[in-house]
Every structure is written in structure tokens, then in C-alpha cells.
Design a protein around this ligand. Structure first.
Ligand SMILES: [Zn+2]
Ligand SMILES: [Zn+2]
Length: 144
């Protein structure tokens, strides 16, 4: 699966006339290995030889081309993860207290039901849905 992800990221960048540089590949590899949303600091910790300013700039570039998305309960807790086109569809638990983010998936039948419901809502509004985001915002066990 991993080589395909790199091909897809390279393709997304190419659409914006940008290159899949070794630094960008390092960041994508770090996020792929983590398998969960990472703060910019965590991305940097996983790609140590990449300077912090470069981590931020390249994460922003990857976000702009749609390879990476931001996940956050609030701005100060921003985390980054690979976009769903590169990984699996899932939802998040976002803690307002500490910023912790946990991925979760709904049972297939529930997911199908959610997908139908949001599609119907989109149609009524004349909106072309590409994906849905259903994130729970609240407090994790240790922040309650
Ligand atoms: Zn928490
Ligand atoms: Zn869903």
C-alpha cells in the first residue's frame, strides 16, 4: 500500500506543479508510520533532520494539494494526518482539554446509514458532497 500512497501524493503535487521532494516524502512516511494524527512537533520528532520551519512549510504545501488534512478541536491543538484518499475513511474524538485526537470507525451498517443521511441532506441543499466529517468534540477520560 505504501508505494501507492507515495505515487498518489506525487500525483497530487504534480497537479499543482510541485515536486515530491525528499523532505515531503519524509513527512508523509512519518505520518503513514504513525497511523494517527500528529502535531507538527511530533512530525518533526519523527523526521529529525528536517528543520522545524521546513516541516511547517511542507505540511502546509501538502495540505494545499489535498494530501494532508488538519484535525483539531481548537487551533492550538492542530494535528495533521494523511487525507482519506490515501488512507481509510474514519472519524475522530477530539478532546477540548488536552487536544488528544483518537481515530475511530463506525460499524459498516452505521457508516452506510450516516453516508445516506448526509448525502440526502446534501442533495436537498443542491450541494455536491465529496466526503463527510463526523467528529465528536468533548473530553477524554483524563480530562473529565
Ligand atoms: Zn484530554
Ligand atoms: Zn463516515
Amino acid at each position: 500500500m505504501a508505494p501507492e500512497i507515495h505515487d498518489t501524493v506525487a500525483g497530487l503535487l504534480r497537479e499543482f506543479e510541485q515536486r515530491y521532494t525528499p523532505v515531503r516524502r519524509r513527512l508523509v512516511t512519518a505520518m503513514l508510520a504513525a497511523g494517527r494524527p500528529l502535531t507538527a512537533a511530533e512530525v518533526q520528532a519523527a523526521a529529525r533532520d528536517v528543520p522545524q520551519s521546513s516541516v511547517y512549510r511542507n505540511l502546509a504545501d501538502l495540505e494545499q494539494v489535498g494530501a494532508v488534512v488538519r484535525v483539531a478541536a481548537a487551533d492550538e491543538f492542530t494535528r495533521f494526518e494523511l487525507a482519506e484518499g490515501l488512507t481509510d475513511h474514519h472519524h475522530h474524538l477530539l478532546c477540548r482539554g488536552c487536544g488528544k485526537v483518537v481515530d475511530f470507525q463506525l460499524p459498516p451498517a452505521v457508516e452506510a446509514s450516516v453516508a445516506r443521511a448526509v448525502l440526502a441532506a446534501a442533495r436537498r441543499a443542491g450541494f455536491r458532497e465529496e466526503t463527510h466529517r463526523v467528529d465528536l468534540v468533548g473530553r477524554c477520560r483524563s480530562c473529565q
